[in-house]
Design a protein around this ligand. Structure first.
Ligand code: ADP
Ligand code: MG
Length: 558
């Protein structure tokens, strides 16, 4: 509401709430701190898991920051932004989501203290910005090149998996993940993006320990004709086809009037001929196996069987693309135009039944650029968490291969940056000095949370870490959770891609700055539309019902 000569002028719709200055900022900061509180206890190897029950009663048990935040039904606009940076972190490097939210919350709560001391937000923002860009330089300086050392790739994968439920099988998974990433590596393509070319097939039964890498593609299908062989070996030619082997149905409903038995026969003959043509053409170019994205009619299946061609139908587009990548085939849209150069290659096609499901293994491809990991596990929640963990492992390996540089984990890199930033702050002078120092101290939130979660004394650990990092050349010294000691984590192998750290620092700082710049929130009146989602529960009745139960004291809404 504005005033003009004593007459109030309404510029906003009735019911609009506005919240200005300190209270607008505080509300956002509180919300982000509540989100950080919710995920903080999951950080690191001794972090706890969360059991999330959604409004439909589906249960997810996870330790993954991104997954927890994704499943929370967050209302508060500030909290939504925190969830968004975690998602962004997850997309960019696939790891470090919890750290990014914890650090952002720390930056904000420290900024709140500075503002209470009378420091203007714009000074804090300036200091945070310069601290962040200095931190990135420090990371460049202290990080090491992995020099195509496979051992390093396995170690970064293990560090990521330390904090996940499958800790016991991490060595096997790290080996499989490294194998697959090195095998599908392509000269000109980012390895991080190649993670998409890996099919993760989850099958219940046995244990995670039975997880295996299949150098080829496994499809959850069975052959279209019961008499087709269960195993084919030799130099098999594979056709990947996106055209259905069926009579085209018209878009509109039509009626066919057949007046005599001859006409009926003629009609069927034509259909048969069309179906036979598919098989004839494939046979002509020497196809042994055809995989079709669309349908294959019984009649076509019959002719394919007669022609000695093994066939699978209704494969998803993405599976067909991966199969083409693995076998070196080109996907063909019209069988009439198929030529031998379109065909892919495999040495073995085998039908197997696993956990009651029919699977077709297509293996022995030449230098395949897409592969399958057959993930096993006792129950679906175990397999789901294993899949998320595997995804993190694949992502960090991809990041390592692309970006090449790594740093020591367990708080080592954070403490080193912190120490170097304190030096930088003392040299910088000026008004920003305090906020650069504050930024440096905020980095301690990561080792503090790691220590707290492991039941160690954080004050003691931080004191040890600080005294190590004051001296240059100790940048590997961090907390090693399993031994509960402060050691050189380059030696213990607790290492992480440098990009994990630089990305989380950047995204957390950006979020903090974004929030600090806000000095007014204007919220439109809620429209009373239908409730969100079918069968939605009243707020607070089970489900996640906002953050109330998790945020430690709940979150004040504006
Ligand atoms: P995020 O979602 O941020 O990746 P995690 O729960 O995966 O959070 O925890 C990652 C943190 O755990 C990193 O700081 C990493 O260095 C640390 N970490 C992993 N393994 C160890 C270990 N053995 N000792 C100490 N810290 C470890
Ligand atoms: Mg992690």
């Amino acid at each position: 509401m504005a005033q003009l000569g004593g007459v109030p002028i309404l510029i906003l719709k009735e019911g609009t709430e506005t919240n200005k200055g300190k209270s607008a900022r505080d509300s956002n900061i509180q919300a982000i701190r509540a989100v950080a509180e919710a995920v903080k206890t999951t950080l690191g190897p001794r972090g706890m898991d969360k059991m999330l029950v959604d409004s439909l009663g589906d249960v997810t048990i996870t330790n993954d920051g991104a997954t927890i935040l994704d499943k929370l039904d967050v209302e508060h606009p500030g909290a939504k932004m925190a969830v968004a940076i975690a998602k962004n972190q997850d997309e960019l490097v696939g790891d470090g989501t919890t750290s990014s939210v914890i650090f952002a919350a720390q930056l904000l709560s420290a900024a709140q203290d500075l503002m209470d001391q009378g420091i203007h937000p714009s000074t804090i923002i300036k200091g945070y910005r310069s601290a962040m860009s200095e931190a990135l330089k420090i990371i460049d300086n202290i990080s090491k090149d992995y020099e195509n050392n496979r051992d390093i790739l396995e170690k970064v994968a293990i560090t990521t998996m330390n904090s996940k439920g499958i800790a016991g099988d991490k060595f096997l998974i790290a080996k499989i993940a490294t194998d697959v990433m090195l095998k599908i590596k392509e000269e000109k393509k980012s390895s991080y993006n190649s993670v998409k070319d890996i099919v993760v097939l989850k099958k219940r039964g046995k244990s995670i320990h039975e997880t295996e890498l299949i150098e080829g593609i496994v499809l959850e299908k069975e052959p279209v004709h019961p008499l087709m062989p269960k195993i084919l070996t030799g130099d098999l030619k594979i056709a990947c086809v996106s055209q259905g082997f069926e009579i085209k149905k018209t878009e509109f409903s039509s009626e066919l009037r057949i007046t005599s038995p001859e006409l009926m026969n003629k009609f069927l003959e034509r259909e048969e001929k069309a179906m036979k043509k598919f098989a004839d053409k494939l046979k002509e170019v020497g196809v042994n196996v055809v995989v079709n994205q669309k349908g294959i009619e019984d009649m076509a299946a019959h002719y394919l069987y007669k022609a000695g061609i093994f066939a699978i139908k209704s494969v998803t587009k993405s599976d067909l693309e991966k199969l083409a990548k693995a076998t070196g085939a080109t996907i063909v849209e019209d069988v009439n135009t198929i030529s031998p150069s379109d065909l892919g290659y495999a040495k073995r096609v085998e039908c197997k039944k696993i956990a009651g499901d029919d699977l077709v293994f297509i293996t022995g491809c030449k230098d395949p650029k897409a592969m399958t990991i057959l993930l096993r596990g006792g129950s679906s929640s175990v397999i789901d968490e294993a899949e998320r963990t595997l995804h993190d492992a694949l992502s960090v390996i991809g990041t390592m291969i692309d970006k090449k540089r790594y740093v020591a984990g367990g708080g080592a890199v954070e403490m080193e940056i912190s120490a170097r930033l304190l030096e930088f702050a003392s040299k910088s002078g000026g008004k920003e000095q305090i906020s650069i120092e504050t930024f440096a101290r905020c980095l301690e939130a990561i080792p503090i949370a790691l220590a707290e979660n492991a039941g160690l004394e954080p004050i003691d650990i931080i004191a040890q870490l600080r005294s190590k990092h004051v001296t240059k050349g100790n940048d590997g010294w961090g907390l090693e959770i399993y031994s509960g000691t402060v050691t050189d984590n380059y030696k213990t192998g607790v290492i992480e891609p440098a990009a994990n750290i630089s990305t989380f620092l950047k995204s957390a700082t950006e979020l903090a700055i974004l929030i600090l710049r806000i000095d007014e929130t204007i919220r439109a009146k809620k429209t009373s539309g239908p409730p969100r989602g079918a069968g939605a529960m009243p707020p607070g009745a089970g489900g996640m019902g906002g953050m109330g139960g998790m945020g430690g004291g709940g979150m004040p809404y504006m």
